[in-house]
Ligand binder design. Structure first.
Ligand SMILES: Cc1cc2nc3c(=O)[nH]c(=O)nc-3n(C[C@H](O)[C@H](O)[C@H](O)COP(=O)(O)OP(=O)(O)OC[C@H]3O[C@@H](n4cnc5c(N)ncnc54)[C@H](O)[C@@H]3O)c2cc1C
Length: 386
């Protein structure tokens, strides 16, 4: 559960922010019969989630999918939505040492992991890197794991706290720890179903629009009101600090990210049947990840352009991309720069959240991706259990 603080469910609840966190928490509270109102500062709902419809095709400004399991598919059904499932078994490619290829773990690396699995888990590890290092060695703990993290968290394994992925009793060796971790995972899959990426005909906007339809009577747009009693703040940490005057909220760090959708007339051949490409830290590039939109979600009556979304640290990635793929001919591109795109899930954030929790006034709660998880699935599941 990623709600920080507490509210009185028997009184009217004011929700600040109509991004996905605010909309979904409002939806579930209303469904359970609680009285709510939503105050949104901007002129639209959805927050970071917005799909643009262009003559070249759809452009997602932030999330392009929900990694959905059974409760989320049920919610879609409840909202009258028909999700599009991601194509199965797409290749996951890595760009490393001038080549785009699949990068399985080598036999010698697997042997090393096996031999080290009797080592003790460093239970006080402050990063994923420190957690994995005794088991996997440097190449996997930093290079390979950071490559996977870049495209989702825009952070490397030295920045991310292990609790983002690994919870439970760590006072064991790796083998016993992973055995109990896998058992818990299996239990959760049995209960909640296997997850798969989904989107919608009109992109993620359909999901926002469906929630808006349910809540339109309860939302005030262009609203810049100060904090009232019994409220849940569903803004980013910076704006939550402005509302609560808790300065520690401004110390929560975020990654700045550029999300660009490129349209081309020719296919990028190395990406045939691939989900996209991840870029390892050793490349020292600004590109963090590239998503192959049309391979993942096959929509009917789509425009005849190929569509790729690039997540990058700054705008100079286009030159980098042209060097990697010299045949790339960009017809059109749309970039969104997110100043506070993604919270950094580091140890500092955990300590700050504990501190902020102590400073919150009575009947004021915080709920957004920086209080719990980045993933829309986790935000939705947390909201449903409040
Ligand atoms: C490039 C990118 C790609 C991503 N891809 C994925 C993905 O594929 N899958 C996935 O699961 N997640 C993805 N994410 C993460 C996901 O998009 C976010 O976690 C989620 O959208 C955050 O929603 P939110 O409602 O917490 O915050 P926001 O979307 O930031 O919404 C906050 C809202 O609060 C409003 N607000 C601010 N101040 C006030 C105030 N004082 N009063 C009232 N309202 C206020 C804002 O206007 C805004 O509407 C991605 C993120 C980015 C940046």
């Amino acid at each position: 559960m990623s709600l920080i603080g507490s509210i009185d469910l028997n009184k009217k609840i004011t929700i600040y922010g109509a991004g996905i966190s605010g909309l979904i928490i409002a939806y579930y509270l209303k469904k359970k019969g609680h009285q709510i109102q939503i105050l949104e500062k901007s002129e639209r709902v959805g927050g970071k989630i917005e799909t643009l419809t262009t003559p070249y095709g759809l452009v997602e400004k932030a999330a392009n999918a929900i990694y959905a399991n059974t409760p989320i598919l049920d919610l879609c059904h409840e909202l009258g939505l028909s999700p599009i499932m991601a194509t199965k078994k797409l290749k996951r490619l890595i760009y490393h040492q001038g080549q785009t290829k699949e990068q399985p773990i080598s036999k010698s690396q697997l042997l090393r992991i096996f031999l080290n699995s009797w080592r003790r888990v460093p239970s006080q590890a402050s990063s994923l890197y420190e957690f994995l290092l005794p088991l996997t060695g440097e190449t996997i703990a930093y290079e390979l794991v950071s490559t996977g993290l870049y495209g989702i968290y825009a952070s490397d394994s030295k920045e991310i706290h292990p609790s983002v992925f690994f919870k439970g009793d760590m006072n064991k060796n790796y083998l016993s720890y992973f055995k109990s971790w896998l058992k818990e995972k299996k239990k959760s899959v049995k209960k909640l179903g296997k997850a798969t990426s989904i989107s919608f005909k009109g992109g993620m906007q359909d999901f926002v629009d469906a929630l808006f339809q349910e809540l339109s009577q309860d939302i005030k747009l262009n609203c810049n009101e100060s904090l009232v009693d019994n409220s849940i703040i569903c803004t980013d940490a910076f704006h939550a600090s402005e509302l609560t005057q808790i300065s520690d909220l401004k110390k929560i760090e975020y990654k700045k990210v550029f999300s660009t959708t490129l349209f081309t007339t020719e296919k990028l051949e190395p990406l045939e049947n691939a989900f996209g490409v991840l870029f390892s830290p050793s490349n020292r590039l600004n590109i963090l990840g590239l998503v192959n939109n049309k391979e993942i979600f096959k929509r009917k009556n789509e425009k005849p352009y190929f569509s790729y979304t690039v997540i990058a640290k700054n705008e100079s990635f286009k030159e980098e991309l042209r060097k990697i793929y010299p045949n790339l001919k960009i017809e059109n591109s749309i970039t969104t720069c997110w100043e506070r795109a993604i919270p950094i899930y580091n140890q500092k954030r955990i300590q700050l959240i504990e501190e902020i929790q102590r400073q919150l006034p009575a009947r004021v709660a915080l709920f957004s991706n920086y209080t719990g998880s980045l993933s829309l699935r986790e935000i939705i599941l947390s909201a449903s259990s409040i």
